[in-house]
Design a protein around this ligand. Structure first.
Ligand SMILES: NC(=O)C1=CN([C@@H]2O[C@H](COP(=O)(O)OP(=O)(O)OC[C@H]3O[C@@H](n4cnc5c(N)ncnc54)[C@H](OP(=O)(O)O)[C@@H]3O)[C@@H](O)[C@H]2O)C=CC1
Ligand SMILES: O=C(O)[C@@H]1CCC=N1
Length: 285
């Protein structure tokens, strides 16, 4: 782990699913737990986080007051309220923390405006779209920063995300983060849904559920590992499984006939569009 990150004080505003996944991944990587302070209103989540050794509070202002990096990990609909609350509290701070927002769709402009201090200063902001496999150190994250970000700040935020992500991709244009949301932010859910259906199909054909679950899970894990480790592209890996007129061919012909490609295409577009819509609508609040 980068020394600068090990020494940095991190505040998480919101300690739900995604914050929990990043925090779990950071702890597994050996980050100093005493440097992680989480504000979370729900006692059950707070207790779960406190049990991991990080500090918890119900006060956003307290969690963020000495932080070097403040990770805004609340729902997009709550981002304005917490950003305004933090900005107002930072008027007495000489150095502002870096804000890292993981909220889907919420733009840099909105984040900068909402978190302005009462004397008109603006924090440096990075938008990040992580995903829940961060919990097991296998996350994928897209990043985009405001122009005023310094090289050191960019490196620090990269190190933060890289400690829980195997793919850490800075994108060239802010709107591409919505595409990242439709691809890898929401992607784990597409995958889990596919596995749910694989299991229920096998169960309907007579395989016991526990066996179906173990076989489906390991198939997906093994295929994922091949995707990451092999020099072959996904199309070649698919062809390697598909014997002429064999079983896989029969299944993939059904994919084609039933419009699998179109379903995936429409779904990724729907998620991307929703991220943009959230940003536009909530930005006008
Ligand atoms: N889940 C995912 O896979 C991903 C999520 N994201 C983004 O991460 C963000 C959080 O999502 P997710 O973790 O799924 O959501 P969760 O609802 O699990 O977590 C959000 C947490 O914030 C708490 N909260 C609500 N209001 C406040 C407040 N005013 N101050 C501090 N905390 C508050 C909520 O508490 P309570 O429940 O009591 O309201 C909740 O525990 C979203 O913006 C989402 O777009 C990004 C990438 C992937
Ligand atoms: O569903 C959502 O809105 C969030 C953003 C990406 C994954 N989960």
């Amino acid at each position: 782990m980068a020394p600068a990150l090990q020494e940095s004080k991190l505040a998480f505003i919101g300690g739900g699913n995604m914050a929990g996944a990043i925090i779990g991944g950071l702890i597994a990587k050996g980050v100093n737990k005493q440097n992680i302070y989480v504000s979370e209103p729900w006692e059950v989540n707070r207790d779960k986080l406190a049990a991991t050794g990080v500090r918890t509070t119900t006060s956003n202002v307290e969690a963020a007051q000495d932080a070097d990096i403040v990770i805004i990990a609340v729902k997009p609909q709550v981002t304005k309220t917490v950003s305004e609350e933090l900005g107002a509290a930072w008027s007495s701070r000489t150095t502002l923390p870096i804000i890292v927002s993981i909220a889907a769709g919420i733009t840099l402009d909105s984040l900068r405006n909402w978190s302005k201090t009462s004397d008109g200063r603006t924090a440096h902001v990075v938008r990040v779209m992580p995903n829940t496999p961060a919990l097991v150190g296998e996350g994928a994250s897209g990043l985009f920063a405001s122009e005023d970000i310094t090289a050191d700040e960019k490196e620090l935020v990269s190190a933060l995300l890289a400690s829980v992500s195997k793919a850490t991709e800075w994108v060239d244009k802010e709107e591409l983060l919505d595409v990242v949301t439709g691809l890898s932010g929401s992607g784990p859910a597409y995958f889990f849904n596919m596995v749910e259906h694989l299991i229920s199909s096998a169960v309907a054909l007579g395989l016991p559920r526990d066996q179906a679950t173990r076989l489906a899970s390991q198939t997906c894990f093994g295929a994922g590992k091949m995707l990451v480790e092999s020099s072959d592209d996904p199309a070649q890996l698919r062809k390697n499984v598909t014997s002429p007129n064999g079983t896989t061919h029969a299944a993939l012909e059904t994919f084609k006939a039933e419009g699998f490609e179109q379903i995936v295409d429409k779904s990724v577009k729907a998620a991307t569009h929703r991220a943009d819509e959230l940003g536009q609508t909530l930005g006008k609040q």
